[in-house]
Design a binder for this molecule. Structure first.
Ligand SMILES: Nc1nc2c(ncn2[C@@H]2O[C@H](COP(=O)(O)OP(=O)(O)OP(=O)(O)O)[C@@H](O)[C@H]2O)c(=O)[nH]1
Ligand SMILES: [Mg+2]
Length: 304
C-alpha cells in the first residue's frame, strides 16, 4: 500500500523523464534478443535519458557480459531494471536521527535550487511522524529569505529562530541549537544562503555554521543535505562536487524532479559522487517530498 502510494507520486513527478525512458522500454518490446544493435541502441537511449556516460557504459557492459554468460534467463527488461536498481543501492531511506536530543539537519545548495521549499516539506514530514520541529533562518543575506521561511513556519505551525538581515548566520545557528536543546525539540533544520559575495565566502560561512552546530549538539549535524535542482542536469553534479568538498554532505535532496526530463541524472549523481539521494522533490506543495526509493523509482521510469 505504502509502496503503491509512493510509486504513484514518483510516477507523476517523473512524467517528463518517462517519455525518454519509454524509448528504452520500447526497445525491449521491439527486440527479442541481445545483439550488437540492441546494445548500441540501449546505450543511446540510456544516454539520452541522462543516465550519464559512466553509468550507461556500466549497464551496457553488464548486459553484454550477462548475455554472454547466459546469466539473463528471464527477459532483458527485468535484468536492466535490476541493474539500474543496483546502481542506486540506497542506505536506509529517510533521515538519520540522533539517538537522543535534537537531530540537526543542515541544508545547503546554490541559490534557487529549492532549499527553503524542501526544508518546509521536510519539516512537514517530520511533523507527520510526530516530531517537534524548529527551523533556523541562517540565510541572513537576503531579507526575503528570512521572510520566506517565516511564512512556511507559520503555515506549518513550527518554531523559527531568525535575526536581522545581515546578521551572522553562525550566531543564528548557535541560538537555534540552544533553543532546540532547552525546549526539547526533536529536529532542527537549518536553512542556509545559496549565494554570497563570492563562492569562497559562501563556503567559509557554511563551514562556520557546521562548526558551530557541532560544538553545540552531540553528533551534529546529523545530516548535511545538499539540494540539487534536477532540471540543471550535469551542472548539478559540478555544484555537488564543490559543496561536498567543503561541508561533507551526507545526502542529496533532488528537487524539481517533476519539472524535468533529466530524471536519469540520479544515476550519474550516485555514480559520480557516491552520495545517496535521500529525498526527491516532486512539486511545490508541502506533501511533495518523498524518501527516495530505488525500486519505486526504477519501476516508475518504465511504467506507462
Ligand atoms: N516544481 C517544483 N518546484 C520546486 C520544487 N522545489 C522547489 N521549487 C520551486 O523552486 C523555486 C526556488 O525554491 P526555493 O526553495 O526558494 O530555493 P532556494 O534554494 O531556497 O533559493 P535561495 O534561497 O534563493 O537560494 C521556488 O519557486 C519553488 O517553489 C519541486 O520539487 N518542484
Ligand atoms: Mg532559500
Amino acid at each position: 500500500m505504502v509502496f503503491r502510494a509512493l510509486f504513484e507520486k514518483i510516477k507523476q513527478g517523473l512524467a517528463k523523464t518517462r517519455d525518454l525512458f519509454s524509448g528504452v522500454a520500447a526497445l525491449f518490446r521491439m527486440k527479442g534478443r541481445v545483439d550488437r544493435n540492441f546494445l548500441d541502441e540501449l546505450e543511446r537511449r540510456l544516454y539520452l535519458a541522462d543516465v550519464g556516460t559512466v553509468a550507461t557504459s556500466a549497464i551496457v557492459e553488464r548486459v553484454r557480459q550477462a548475455f554472454l554468460d547466459k546469466e539473463i534467463t528471464g527477459d532483458v527488461e527485468t535484468f536492466v531494471k535490476a541493474e539500474l536498481r543496483a546502481l542506486l543501492n540506497a542506505p536506509l531511506p529517510g533521515l538519520n536521527y540522533a539517538p537522543s536530543g535534537p537531530t540537526v539537519v543542515m541544508v545547503a545548495g546554490v541559490n534557487g535550487s529549492g532549499k527553503t521549499t524542501s526544508i518546509a516539506k521536510l519539516a512537514y514530514r517530520c511533523q507527520n511522524e510526530g516530531k517537534k520541529v524548529i527551523v533556523a533562518a541562517c540565510d541572513t543575506f537576503r531579507a526575503a529569505a528570512v521572510e520566506q521561511l517565516t511564512i512556511w513556519s507559520q503555515r506549518l505551525g513550527c518554531d523559527i529562530v531568525k535575526a536581522q538581515q545581515g546578521a551572522d548566520p553562525a550566531s543564528v545557528a548557535h541560538d537555534a541549537c540552544e533553543k532546540a536543546k532547552a525546549r526539547q525539540f526533536d529536529v532542527l533544520i537549518v536553512d542556509t544562503a545559496g549565494r554570497l559575495h563570492t563562492q569562497a565566502h559562501l563556503m567559509r560561512e557554511l563551514e562556520k555554521i557546521r562548526r558551530v552546530v557541532s560544538k553545540q549538539i552531540d553528533g551534529a549535524p546529523h545530516e548535511v543535505l545538499l539540494v540539487l535542482d534536477a532540471t540543471t542536469g550535469q551542472n548539478a553534479i559540478t555544484q555537488a562536487e564543490i559543496f561536498t568538498k567543503t561541508i561533507q554532505c551526507t545526502g542529496i535532496i533532488l528537487a524539481k524532479l517533476d519539472g524535468t526530463a533529466k530524471g536519469g541524472a540520479i544515476f550519474a549523481i550516485k555514480q559520480k559522487l557516491g552520495l545517496p539521494v535521500k529525498f526527491v522533490g516532486v512539486g511545490e506543495q508541502l506533501a511533495d517530498l518523498e524518501p527516495f526509493d530505488p525500486e519505486a523509482y526504477v519501476e516508475a521510469l518504465f511504467t506507462r
